[in-house]
Write a protein that binds this ligand. Structure first.
Ligand SMILES: [Zn+2]
Length: 181
């Protein structure tokens, strides 16, 4: 397994449509393992193959928090077959748009059909964050970024993250003082 380089906004590959997976090959299995590892390494809740430069219809999602048990799903050739009329406007971020976030209107509930890693079909219903992640990641397979769908301003990543960095810096300084003693 290996961590792959994330393609970022401005890279043409992110605007292209991905191709259906016809059969699972050792190479694609390796890709899927690498996508999982890259997603966890980057702290993302989802990743689509074009984000690592491969135009195949493969999506990996795990919306569980770090302290929770993993809840990993692989979707091959996913198709959203139902979208609730009820929508929700919530901030999204994307590994391919570093340091930014912005609100997108998405259905609260979706139904998805896909194949699993053994190319067996399955159907799943999803609400809330999982529904949002499925919409976000399947958009990637169409060459669409959430920044194409913004329903409000694109902002710099939440201040909490900056505060966390500053806190770590302060702690770093403290440790430095201790060492001086
Ligand atoms: Zn994304």
């Amino acid at each position: 397994m290996a961590i792959r380089i994330i393609r970022e906004i401005g890279d043409e590959i992110l605007t292209k449509k991905s191709k259906e997976v016809k059969e699972i090959t050792p190479r694609l299995k390796e890709l899927i393992e690498d996508m999982k590892e890259t997603m966890y390494d980057e702290g993302g809740v989802g990743i689509a193959a074009p984000q690592v430069g491969v135009l195949k219809r493969i999506v990996v999602i795990d919306i569980a928090d770090e302290e929770e048990e993993p809840d990993l799903h692989v979707f091959i050739n996913p198709v959203i077959t139902e979208r609730s009329e009820e929508e929700e406007n919530m901030k999204e971020a994307c590994l391919s748009v570093p340091g930014k976030c912005g609100p997108v209107l998405r259905p609260k509930h979706v139904k998805v059909e896909a194949l699993n890693e053994d190319m067996e079909p399955f159907e799943m219903e999803a609400d809330g964050i999982l529904a949002r992640a499925l919409c976000h990641e399947t958009d990637h397979l169409e060459g669409i970024l959430y920044t194409d769908r913004l329903n409000g301003p694109l902002e710099d990543m939440a201040d909490e993250e900056e505060e966390e960095l500053q806190r770590q810096e302060r702690q770093g300084k403290k440790r430095g003082k201790i060492r001086k003693k």
